[in-house]
Design a protein around this ligand. Structure first.
Ligand code: MN
Length: 361
């Protein structure tokens, strides 16, 4: 834990709401241990969880112990880093590597557990719902239960499900439920699927260093270019890690998307109602800076997306040095924009209705 705690409580004119924070249940870890023993295990899962579950090194131990705490220990770590509130979701790859029945049970139990912790600490925790996309209709029902009955405020979607993506209409009941309930989907990285990962795996680039971003950025693009957002125009999707680099790609995406549609080259890439890829990114996406405490990248993304669509995330417990909080506090940015970044965008996106000032006094 850092030695000099950063203040909480909005003394700088804003609260710090961290929006991509992770937890794991005991059941989840046990299921992952079982899965790692099974033949034909997904290579990305093997690479990621095979490492985190079994390593005795300091960083993986810190991560693993903190993932499994939704109580005083987590709050002490938040206090030490100046984090007023965490928006918490099940850690990668969530239910997505499991078979249907185990996935359904894990989502339900994880949502119950997270909702209980949020009820115990309503001023510190906000929860995002897991679901089991292996059964899309059941997933939609679980999202409805988690939001309507348990009070969770978003869906965390751990990217591909054994190589399948949300642009597949099979999964559209999930998009429909999120849109109807007016909750965002946090599209969180997974390791690349088996038919994408091999060249990255051989170079050690399959995880958070690069593979996560490539896989999840592509997932977001598939949702856009497939036309899914013409069917669900009000849906809001959150992307971490500075939008998985998509804001930086946007000029070329717009140019090449237009050229490709015009050429008729791919059946999967038909004209979009709103035309350009950038229209969808700016109207249906919100970007967080999880893992990227880099003022220049945040400034660029605010200019591309608008100040109201870029918000703060830490990525606890995977990446949480207190120096990153201090660096972002020092950003050369008007106080209103900084307050939007750290606090008020998250309050709007997750429907946090509590007063913004003095709520925790
Ligand atoms: Mn994360």
């Amino acid at each position: 834990m850092p030695e000099t705690p950063v203040e909480t409580g909005g003394q700088r004119g804003y609260l710090r709401i961290a929006t991509e924070e992770a937890f794991a249940t005991t059941e989840q870890i046990a299921l992952y241990r079982e899965l790692l023993e099974e033949p034909g295990v997904d290579p990305g899962f093997q690479s990621l969880m095979g490492f985190y579950i079994n390593s005795t090194a300091e960083r993986p131990r810190f991560i693993f112990e903190n993932l499994q705490d939704l109580g005083d220990r987590r709050i002490a770590e938040m206090d030490a880093r100046g984090i007023d509130r965490q928006v918490i979701g099940i850690t990668a790859p969530g239910t997505h590597v499991l078979d249907r029945d185990r996935a359904v049970a894990l989502a339900r139990n994880a949502n119950d557990e997270l909702a209980a912790a949020c009820s115990t600490h309503p001023d510190r925790f906000t929860g995002m719902a897991a679901c089991a996309p292996q059964d899309p209709l059941q997933a939609a029902a679980e999202i409805d239960r988690a939001v309507s009955e348990l009070g969770l405020r978003a869906v965390v979607y751990n990217s591909h499900v054994q190589g399948e993506y949300l642009d597949d209409q099979r999964f559209w009941p999930i998009l429909e439920a999120a849109e109807a309930l007016d909750v965002p989907i946090y599209l969180h990285p997974n390791t690349p699927p088996a038919d994408m990962i091999q060249p990255m795996l051989r170079a050690g680039l399959d995880g958070a260093i690069f593979g996560f971003g490539v896989e999840t950025g592509m997932h977001a693009l598939r949702i856009i270019t497939s036309g899914a957002l013409d069917r669900f125009p009000r849906l809001q999707i959150i992307l971490g890690h500075m939008g998985e680099a998509l804001p930086f790609w946007l000029y070329r995406l717009d140019y090449m998307h237009q050229a490709t549609v015009k050429s008729g080259r791919y059946e999967a890439m038909r004209p979009l109602r709103r035309g350009a890829v950038s229209e969808y990114l700016r109207e249906n996406f919100i970007i967080t800076n999880s893992g990227v405490a880099w003022p220049d990248a945040i400034d660029f993304t605010q200019r591309v997306m608008g100040v109201e669509r870029v918000m703060y995330a830490m990525d606890f417990p995977y990446q949480c040095p207190v120096e990153e909080v201090e660096e972002l506090d020092r950003m050369d940015m008007p106080l209103d924009a900084k307050r939007a970044f750290f606090q008020t965008n998250a309050e709007r996106v997750f429907g946090l209705a509590q007063p913004v000032d003095g709520g925790r006094a």
